[in-house]
Design a protein around this ligand. Structure first.
Ligand code: AMP
Length: 418
């Protein structure tokens, strides 16, 4: 038997309800906040990710699924979608349609990481990008959107961590102090980071190695070196977050080691999840569009791991959301035919409905209704049918009552219709 690839799990029918719920809530909230969907290809030219994510990062150095196609062009399965979105933004001149372009995406990403709980090689992200404005209101709105998303999914354990990492104006001074502190602790750094220290010292900030992270903890922080405009931007963002009642904590260790990442950085963390507890990562990238060959254009975005959001859903929400539709249970051939017709009528009205085709006993059918998480069971027995009646059993509340066969479809559509 051929098995699936390690780190690329199947999402089975039992779990799919939770995924669909997360995606539905996301789509509806994006719509409210003025974000429209964009779909970019699963693979891109390798060069796009090298430039967009940056040489010297873990993703580009170790984690990309890169291959030569039949015409010997180097392609890469997307490890993230910000670079593809910016590519599409430039290629299709989206800025001509709106000065502020707000898009979202949902789909699989690929990274060759060591698989473990909450970390996969194929995983899924919901993300958004707002391109064309450096106004702190865009940052505040994006964070309000995420807070609302977690609220609607009843995920209460999340905490927003917020930081500012400055811009090319204040970075040189930070860099100077940072390098001095790294040089002092060089022996504690991993081999890659000792190389980075010579070539791209700020990339040490992104290293996932435990030892390097400990060293970085003790190093100077970008927020201590913010220039006047960056301080002003961060102050205004905090005011706007208070205005919108968005809760957050400052976390001065949230950093990114690439030059085109600027100012706001954030994460939503679920502390109950264990080691892989970041649900969302995001921030400003006022230099990225230019780095990808476009005109200077500010932007901000985030990406969220759907696997980790699904793992954070409250248990009872999962169960309650699942009870839906009508299972028609029948006894005898004549009742089955009536039932088959009723199921068809319900389906045409948009109600989830089914009936047994495997010859189960009445008891077996009720058990099946329960197993398949139907909200109602409509029972058609021989004697009842003669009187033109059927029994409606509520699988959630537990009660049951007799209703007229003629009215059954109408009554169920009222309760379960679209
Ligand atoms: P990043 O694109 O690295 O900033 O990650 C953004 C979010 O995507 C993280 O906070 C995680 O929720 C999720 N994520 C990133 N890498 C993985 C992975 N290998 N497996 C599962 N989720 C991931």
């Amino acid at each position: 038997m051929i098995k699936g690839v390690r780190g690329a799990p199947d999402i089975l029918p039992d779990e799919i309800g939770k995924w669909q719920r997360v995606e539905e809530v996301a789509r509806s909230i994006f719509h409210t906040y003025g974000y429209t969907e964009i779909r970019t290809p699963i693979f891109e030219k390798t060069e796009l990710f090298i430039r967009g994510i940056g040489q010297g990062t873990d993703i580009v150095e170790k984690e990309m699924y890169t291959f030569l196609d039949q015409s010997r062009e180097s392609l890469t399965l997307r490890p993230e979608e910000t670079a593809p979105v910016i590519r599409a933004y430039l290629e299709h001149n989206l800025s001509a349609r709106a000065s502020l372009v707000k898009v979202y995406y949902i789909g699989p990403m690929f990274r060759h990481e060591r698989p473990q709980a909450g970390r996969f090689r194929q995983f899924h992200q919901i993300g958004a990008e707002a391109i064309g404005s450096d106004h702190p209101a865009v940052d505040a709105e994006l964070l309000a959107l995420l807070q609302q998303f977690f609220h609607e999914l009843e995920i209460q354990e999340v905490e927003l961590h917020l930081n500012s990492i400055g811009d090319p104006g204040c970075r040189p001074r930070f860099r100077e102090h940072f390098v001095a502190s790294m040089l002092a602790r060089e022996p504690e750094l991993c081999e890659d980071c000792r190389m980075r220290l010579r070539r791209n010292p700020l990339r040490i900030l992104d290293c996932k190695n435990e030892g390097c992270r400990r060293v970085v903890e003790g190093a100077p922080k970008p927020i201590q070196f913010l220039c006047e405009p960056c301080t002003e931007h961060f102050k205004r963002l905090e005011e706007l977050l208070h205005l919108l009642d968005v809760k957050y904590v400052i976390n001065d260790r949230l950093v990114r080691g690439l030059d085109y990442y600027t100012r706001t950085t954030f994460e939503f963390v679920n502390k109950t999840l264990g080691a892989q507890n970041a649900l969302v990562g995001g921030g400003r990238y006022d230099g990225l569009v230019e780095a990808l060959g476009g005109p200077p254009t500010p932007g901000i975005g985030f990406a969220m791991g759907i696997e980790r959001v699904v793992a954070s859903l409250p248990k009872d929400l999962q169960a309650a959301a699942a009870l839906q539709g009508v299972y028609v249970a029948t006894l005898g051939r004549e009742a089955w035919e009536k039932g088959f017709w009723i199921v068809q009528a319900l389906r045409q009205k948009g109600v989830r409905a089914t009936l047994d085709v495997e010859g189960r006993s009445l008891k077996g059918q009720l058990r099946q209704a329960n197993k398949e998480k139907f909200r109602y069971c409509l029972i058609l027995g021989e004697d009842e049918l003669k009187k033109g009646q059927v029994t409606l059993k509520d699988m959630k509340e537990g009660g049951q009552k007799s209703i007229m066969l003629d009215e059954a479809v109408e009554r169920l559509v009222e309760r379960q219709g679209p």
